[in-house]
Structures are given as structure tokens and as C-alpha cells.
Ligand binder design. Sequence first.
Ligand code: SAM
Length: 298
Amino acid sequence: MFSYRHAFHAGNHADVLKHTTLLAILRHLKLKDTALTVFDTHAGAGLYRLDGDYANTTREASQGYLRLVEQISSIHPSPALQDYMDVVASFNSGGSHKVYPGSPFLIQHLLRDRDKLKLFELHPTDIKTLTAHIDQLDVGRQVAVLCEDGFEGIRKFLPPPTCRALVLCDPSYEIKSDYDRVTNMVTDALTRFATGIYAVWYPIIPRPEAHQLPRKLKTLCNKTGKPWLNATLTVKSSKFITDDAGDIIRPGLPASGIFVIHPPYTLKATLQDTLKQVAQVLSNHRSDGYTVETGGNR
Ligand code: SAM
């Protein structure tokens, strides 16, 4: 049932969009002292090798994080882009770029002692890898790894004890029903925990469900009076990734988006500055390389 492995895609342009946004939201949330709970409904394996067999099969990071590494000195990075580059680099030593932290490790890196992280993962191999990686951190009960369906499992934790929480929802969308499950999960979660921050990543691909997802989330927010932000990053109009010589390597994702409910008031400006620079580097100055749209009460 599960063929998707994030190890093939770690550090690609979609991760750059998702993880810069994730870090910017967390930095903002940490400005307040009150304890925070972060939920990662689709956690993946946690840590990835960029020099391993999986990554080398697709070389997607070379069109994402690794391209930023190469070109960062030619731009004056925004604080949020610099933060992302610094946090990822902190998982590597000696200036190497062999390890890429997935969302569980990026989140954990920013947690304070009083904060909690709950991770959901269902893949039989990735849950073992994730558990082993988290065990090595020796952080006790601060981080819980749950071998459960993230769409369902999150229900029992909402609302969280301090009523301050971020929910990252990052499915693989390998099953068509994932699109509806995202909308249903967010709809249900908002009835349990109306003030939470929800960040949903989605692919931009020629599939009706993928087009409808951000539209459905906008409608939900507009009906319930929730502020929202929708950011997209387009790297290629083609459905193919090419190598340096221009040869097609394999089909790749051309674009993706992240939809945030209750975005921090600073997020729009932060992402406008950051994605403009990311698009300059990753999409060769395409004028439509990124969008940041907001609505609702903000
Ligand atoms: N969030 C990760 C990151 O940014 O590093 C990447 C997650 S990857 C896109 C999606 C993961 O969700 C895969 O590892 C897949 O096995 C897992 N998955 C698929 N369906 C799931 C479900 N219903 N509940 C929990 N995990 C699921």
C-alpha cells in the first residue's frame, strides 16, 4: 500500500518551501513563553542521506537545497532563508551537506524543554527508522512517535493542554483519497481546536483533486472566518527533471504549495522576501516562480 518514501525526495524544492515556512512559523510561535505542542501528521523517516542510494536515484536535492547551498553566496539571503540554511547545516559537520533533516528533526531542533512534539507515521520501514533516530536524541517524553494514521490519530490530542499548537499535515498523496482526508481532518480539527495553526503542504499537479484542495481550504476558512495564507513555489513547467547536461532524469514535481490557517501576521512578508529569492535560484528567475496570497480576516 505504501510505495512513497520521502528519502527519494528529501531536500527537493517542495521541502525547501515546506521547511522554510515551518521554521518561520515556529520562530514566531517561540516569541511567546507559553508551551507549545507541534503535531506532524505525516512524519517520514526523520533524517535523510543526500549522498545515499535513494537521493542519488532522483537527485532532487540538487534542484532544491543543494542548489541553494551552491548559490547562496550570490544573494543576500532573507533572515528566514538564512535560518533555514543554518538549521539544515547544523545537522552536518565540516561544511558537508550529506544529511538532510526532515520535519520531525527541524521541529525538534527548535523546541524548548516545555514544548512537545507528536509524530505520526505508518510506513513499516520509515516508522522504525524514525523511532531509532528519535531514540538517539534521548529527549524522553518530549517527542512521541506514534505508528498511527495521522489523519485520525490527531483527533484525540485536540485541543492540546496549553491551547497553543501547530499542526503540520504533509501527506504523500499517493492515494487519491488523501486530498479529501486532508479537508476532512482540518474541518474536524477546527471544531475541536478553533485557534490552532494548521499548515498543509500539497502538490501542484494536473489532477483535479490537487487543484481543488487549496480551493476547498479557502472556502472552509472564508466560511468559518479564519485567516489564511497560501504560498506556492513553481520550479518547472515541465514534468521532468533534467541533469546538468539537460538530459531527462525522471519525472519530477514541477510545483507545490503550502496552505496555512491562522498564519502568524509576519508570515506573508517573510515568505514574500524568502520565496522571491528561492525562486530566483531554483526557477531561474521565472516571474511566476512563487506566489503568496492571504485571505480571511487578515
Ligand atoms: N513531513 C516529512 C518531512 O517534511 O520531512 C515528509 C513526510 S512524507 C511527504 C509523507 C509520509 O507520510 C510518508 O513517510 C508516508 O509513509 C506517511 N504516511 C502516509 N499515509 C499516512 C497516514 N495516513 N498517517 C501517517 N503517515 C502516513
